[in-house]
Design a protein. Structure first.
Length: 90
């Protein structure tokens, strides 16, 4: 099984998403964070299951109807690069 590493920017992305949603619904924000992290964890077993990313060498996991986890596989490691709302420019 591959190791999973969240890059600093991806952690910051998730924190900002949770902070924003928490303003209106803290429970939903916590659930969303848990859902995204749980789905990202599955990349350790199936890193190539999800679609090829828009940037060369990346892939995209639709972790929620509104959020993408952008990642790449580097050797025996899956690196989470960003967590983006689908409406955000990449």
């Amino acid at each position: 099984m591959l190791s999973l590493v969240w890059k600093k920017q991806s952690r910051n992305d998730l924190i900002k998403i949770v902070e924003y949603i928490s303003q209106g619904n803290p429970d939903a924000a916590e659930k969303l964070a848990d859902d995204i992290e749980t789905k990202a964890e599955k990349l350790r077993k199936h890193p190539n299951l999800f679609r090829v990313g828009r940037k060369r060498g990346t892939r995209e996991l639709v972790a929620h109807e509104n959020y993408l986890v952008i990642y790449r596989v580097q050797g025996d490691t899956v690196e989470i690069l960003r967590v983006k709302h689908v409406a955000q420019q990449r």
